[in-house]
Ligand binder design. Structure first.
Ligand SMILES: [Fe+2]
Ligand SMILES: [Fe+2]
Length: 260
């Protein structure tokens, strides 16, 4: 089922929360479609499990030839493992960090990505599509080394990728979080392990506080709005994570047999 996070006559932001089957033993993931004046982009379309439904629903908004870009926050399997199918069915270009531009073609058959990968420099930029633009915000090391978030100045939604994540079902992810009290399932453990360091979180929080944000829509779990947005920024600002928590104890030659 798709959810319209924003809609006006010329612009729409659509979220999909339940395309990964619960029985798949795969992490729940959200995918996003943004349409402006009949042109579209897809954000983090996911793997093969999400392709068919996402592709079908997209056609309710735009024709496949009007899909201009596939924006990938980074290169994980839950982000773009379906890339070969999108490259086959559309003429869209892949927009991804320059760190991953030569890795992403491994998802595709030979030649499918020729002249169709836009390598984004570390500083990001503003990408025109339709009659608007998407802002590609540096979000490196949150968690991937080359990582971008996407801000839509029309809807004022920040598509935050693997930041602001909670680990819930597809149905639960369709309900907005308006408070982080109590903390949603998985949020603290996820950020403590997947985010690289508090230094990075602080730098990011300082940057996004300059934006007018109506909603933060992560790639896993429920979107945040209202008080939850400020609460997330304040919490991340002070969160020890990643290498802050690592020491010699985490780097010992293992002696125990693995349970399989
Ligand atoms: Fe990831
Ligand atoms: Fe992810």
């Amino acid at each position: 089922m798709s959810i319209e996070l924003y809609k006006d006559p010329q612009h729409a932001c659509v979220m999909f929360t339940d395309l990964v089957p619960e029985e798949a033993e795969a992490v729940q993931a959200n995918q996003f479609l943004i349409v402006d004046h009949d042109e579209g982009v897809i954000l983090d379309p996911g793997g093969n499990m999400t392709y068919n439904e996402l592709s079908l629903t997209m056609r309710q908004y735009i024709a496949p030839q009007h899909l201009d870009y596939i924006l990938a926050s980074h290169a994980d399997p839950d982000i773009i493992a379906s890339l070969d199918r999108w490259m086959t069915a559309t003429q869209a270009k892949l927009v991804i960090s320059k760190l991953w531009a030569r890795f992403a073609p491994h998802f595709c058959k030979l030649g499918k990505t020729d002249d169709r990968v836009i390598a984004v420099p570390d500083e990001g930029g503003r990408l025109r599509f339709g009659r608007t633009e998407l802002w590609l915000l540096p979000a490196h090391f949150m968690h991937a080394e080359g990582n971008f978030q996407f801000y839509d100045p029309v809807s004022k939604i920040l598509f935050s990728g693997d930041l602001g994540v909670s680990l819930v079902s597809g149905e639960q992810a369709s309900h907005f979080l308006e408070s982080l009290t109590p903390m949603p399932p998985g949020m603290e453990a996820f950020h403590r392990r997947y985010m690289v360091s508090n230094k990075i979180l602080k730098l990011w929080a300082r940057m996004v506080r300059e934006l007018d944000i109506a909603m933060i829509a992560p790639q896993h779990g429920a979107p945040l709005k209202g008080a939850a947005i400020g609460q997330l920024l304040d919490w991340l600002d002070n969160l020890d994570c990643g290498i802050d928590l690592m020491g010699a104890a985490q780097y010992q030659v293992p002696t125990a047999a693995m349970r399989i």
